[in-house]
Design a binder for this molecule. Sequence first.
Ligand code: ATP
Length: 248
Amino acid sequence: MSANGPAAGDGATTTALPPAVTVTGLRAAYGRIEVLHGVDLTVPAGSVFALLGPNGAGKSTLLKVISGRLRPIAGEVRIGELTVGRTPAEKLARQGVCAIPEGRGIFPNLTVRENLRIWTYRGGITMRDVEEQSFAAFPRLKERRRQMAGTLSGGEQQMLAISRALVTRPRLLLLDELSMGLAPLVVHELYELVEGLARQGMTVLLVEQFVTTALAVADRAAIMVHGRVEQEGTPEAMGEAALSAYLA
Ligand code: ATP
């Protein structure tokens, strides 16, 4: 992906940029049950990186730790100069880390417009800009602007969630199961938008159950199994045999 964008700075190429995310020896648990058993991963800046693997492998948990929502029990996550774990999730958000969790991360009891208004609170962006950008990308949201977000269709809710990245232009976008419950056409549209964001320099780390969809947009991918990264590389180098063996 090219890295000429607001997030990447002035025309540097991807290879010249430091890694966006470095995960080293990461262990994480829910209560006493450890689910990440030593994850090592490097996500290059400006790339689209797909995390794949069977159910329960720990993909969502890894995103939770990276976004500061779950404290690791060992190891380290660095995002640029920041060490996650020592940085509150709120500060991470201010430094340009945007997590769109499974289940969409929108406020169901607020209208579409009220949800959009929340993106203006970080400053530097007006409601007019927010609406212009969101409604240009998703005309459906304009039609539904007075509707409670919780009563939108699944696809519309996902459009609202992703419009946050469109408007706030984070440096790192963490996407968990963008496709969940959506028709293939909507999934395709949303991933086109994600590709567009990456072309402008945003780093995207995504978890996606549809392997073909994920590999079509990804520059690099990793397969997680039982709380560890088993394989990492370009989609071409991953090999279909390995993929189907792990994901069967
Ligand atoms: P899927 O593809 O099914 O979403 P995943 O690879 O994202 O799976 P995680 O959701 O990270 O996997 O779950 C990893 C393990 O942690 C699973 O065994 C799961 O049951 C467990 N787990 C996840 N969330 C919690 C939680 N809040 N409390 C307790 N255990 C949890």
